[in-house]
Structures are given as C-alpha cells and as structure tokens.
Design a protein around this ligand. Structure first.
Ligand code: SF4
Length: 210
C-alpha cells in the first residue's frame, strides 16, 4: 500500500487518467476525469460522463502513485463532476498533497456550494487552484484558457499556482494515438472542435483509464 494510503480509502469512479499532459493546467500534470455529473450543463462537451455508473472504480492512492511515477508536478481533477464524489476526491487531493503534488480542481459548483457540504472544507484544504462554476453556453469564454464560459472563476487557495494567468497562455490540446489505434484527446476543445478532430482522424472518442 502506498505511503499515506488508508486501508479503507473510498474508491473513485474514474473515466480516464492521462499522465504527462501539459493541456490541463500549468506544468506537466496527471489529468483525472471522474465519471458522473449531476449538474448537466446545457452544451457540456462531456455528456458521456454524466452517468454515475460508468468508468472504473479506482483507489486514490493508486492514482497518486502513478502520478509520482510519471514524474508529474501535480494532478488536475475534472470530469464529470469531482465534487459529486467528494469523499474520494478529498482523499485523492489529500494524498496528492502529502506526496508533494499540486492539485487543481474543476467543478461546476461555486466555491460557496462546495463549502456548504460537510466535506467541503476538507477537500478545499488540499486544493491549490479551484476553477468553479457551471458551463453557461450563452456566455462563451474567448480570452482565458481552460474554461468554457465567462462566469467560471480561477480561485487560488494557495500560492502554488499564483503565477498562472489563464489569459496569458493559449489553450493546448493533447492528442495521443494509443496502441489500440484509438485517439485520446485532452485539453479544451469546443464540442464542434472535438467532432472535427475526430472526423479528421477517423476516430471515435474514448474515455477510460490508460
Ligand atoms: S459541471 Fe462540467 S461536466 Fe458537469 S455538465 Fe457542467 S460542464 Fe459538464
């Protein structure tokens, strides 16, 4: 069992994990897409992650260990909705911090809604940068990287990423051809962009742990 892990740690339902990506925040990161989202914003790019029943149950300690082995600076939690699995996500964030990794968490809830949950403080105590708020398709973001609508906020809860300015960096897209021939995409793309890319490479979208 990895150091810091608990024998009774809650499992996290994960759709996909990608290591060594530079498309999901500053530096080289492990991106963790969780499965399940109760918010269901209109126009969400990831409707296949709405169901709470797909994905793979994974121990948070295993994700942290793999991020360390990959040499990543930190993890980025996205989805799906991380806060819908707040126990397991909180444990993942805690273990990541214990291992010296930075933590970025995207949520469709506002920070006040997260803090209103009994486990909210515990989770946010191990998040360096919270990106909050639902996707609102009526107010698309055109200046800042990583977010889809202008209401979404970058809230620095520690100084770890205080130099990161999403208005000063371009959106990146991480496209990988897997041994199976499938194409894995990370980073911010509009739904139209994903469709065009998938069409261009004659691929279908996949969302599973790799
Ligand atoms: S919170 Fe995120 S994953 Fe959930 S519906 Fe909104 S944009 Fe999609």
């Amino acid at each position: 069992m990895p150091a810091g892990a608990s024998s009774s740690e809650p499992s996290l339902r994960v759709a996909r994990v990608t290591h060594r990506t530079t498309a999901e925040g500053p530096g080289q990161r492990t991106a963790v897409w969780v499965q399940g989202c109760a918010i269901r914003c209109r126009g969400c790019i990831n409707p296949h992650l709405f169901s709470p029943h797909g994905g793979t149950l994974t121990e948070p300690s295993a994700i942290v260990e793999s991020a360390r082995e990959a040499g990543d600076e930190g993890i980025t939690l996205l989805g799906g909705e991380p806060v819908d699995q707040i126990d397991a996500v909180g444990e993942l964030a805690r273990l990541a911090h214990d291992a010296g990794l930075g933590v970025i968490c995207f949520t469709g809830y506002t920070i006040d809604q997260v803090l209103a949950r009994p486990e909210g403080d515990a989770l946010l105590g191990h998040v360096d940068l919270l990106v909050d708020g639902p996707y609102i398709d009526a107010i698309p973001e055109q200046e800042r990287a990583l977010v889809g609508s202008r209401n979404q906020r970058f809230i620095h809860l520690t100084g770890r990423y205080s130099d990161y300015d999403p208005a000063a960096v371009p959106d990146r897209v991480d496209v990988r051809i897997l041994p199976t021939g499938e194409v894995s995409i990370a980073g911010f793309l509009t739904a139209d962009g994903v469709g065009k890319l998938a069409s261009a490479v004659h691929a279908r979208r996949i969302f599973k742990a790799d």
